[in-house]
Design a protein around this ligand. Sequence first.
Ligand code: ADP
Ligand code: ASP
Ligand code: MG
Length: 428
Amino acid sequence: MLLVQKYGGTSMGDTQRIQNVATRVAASLVADYTNKFQKEKQHSLESKQDLKNTILSPHNKIVVVVSAMGGVTDELLNYAKCFTPLPNERDLDMALSSGEQISAALLSIALNAMGLKSIALNGRQAKIFTDSNHTKARIQHIDTGYILNLLDEGYIVVVTGFQGLNEKGDITTLGRGGSDLSAVALAGALYADYCEIYSDVDGIYTTDPRIEAKAKKIDKISYDEMLELASMGAKVLLNRSVELAKKWNVPIYAKSSFSDDKGTLITTEDNIMEKPIVSGIALDKNQARVSLIGIKDKPGIAAELFGKLANANINVDMIVQTIGRDSKTNLDFTVPKTELEKAKITLNEFSANADIIDFDNEVAIVTIVGVGMKSHSGVAAKAFESLANDNINIRMISTSEIKISILIDLKYAELSVRTLHTAYNLDK
Ligand code: ADP
Ligand code: ASP
Ligand code: MG
């Protein structure tokens, strides 16, 4: 079997945890992954004999993708922001990518010290080619020849997550949480049997277990539902990694690096027998609301505004325009809080077209996701009713086939998650 395993920042948090990851990787070399994980045995590797068996008879090939040690990326970002709120993005990528280089090297040192054959590669050495969109680059292709040769030579290949190189040879990063994307992209390009994403939770829950302790673990979830949850704030997986996994049909297991639980399988809808109406609830506290009041109601105005924002590379979500009156209308939308400063610069250029431009940082978006919504009515009504019962005002609503997103005041963020979780019986 060929496996890609990704270990996040918490799992790689200190040298003891890196040693724990090394031990798990060693165990995975001999673990039985056949029969869809049913027979999986995690060897504790406590005895010398276990270690010897692992070295002598590995039956799996493993590529390990790692994040920077927990907190390191934030620390590097803060250093850069000491000089300017908007650091030069090319140079920022060079600084941010260093975190993964350290953790990958340390893990490989630990594996070699255990008597295993391991090698660490950075994004350039792993030949992960991206576009030049610094700080949120897209992977264009991966030249897998070198990694495949190393695997054939019996190496465990440890690859830095979150980074690649552009056509000029400059280092790029893939956006926060981007190691998930590196792992899925490698799994796809290498035709791996599974991609395992290890974090501090043992799977995908009906909502963030840090917000609702009664959240339940889900055995299997469809790519589409996971994509909506991840896009709307469930940071357990990066949305772009789920999108890619769906496109390339890469089965993902979300697991914990601190337990042996089999985790949650993220797979196609066809592989899931029981389809709940609502599968989960996500919370996004990183969005800000922008309101343009009294803008000219004429063809081309939205195209001009959103064209400018797109050119500035700003992600816009939840757009609501009201019916115009007296040739004026109002337009509301959300942007990530991290992009609000950039958005303000663009909106300044547009200010002649609106009476008032207003911003609100004190908002959150709560989202209900479920494939069963396609065929059931009354799902939205239930959400509105239960929020009303808790006196939570709804500021904006947007829906798709399998989700309902509601913008509320930030102070009600966690309460609304718990309210909706109970309303849809997700704790049962
Ligand atoms: P890593 O640093 O390993 O990439 P993350 O912190 O990005 O891990 O993701 C794991 C966290 O995601 C968990 O600690 C949990 O609080 C959060 N999370 C949010 N929504 C969910 C959910 N629906 N199921 C499980 N975890 C979730
Ligand atoms: N280290 C990067 C971050 O903190 C990438 C990752 O962890 O996935 O965002
Ligand atoms: Mg993450």
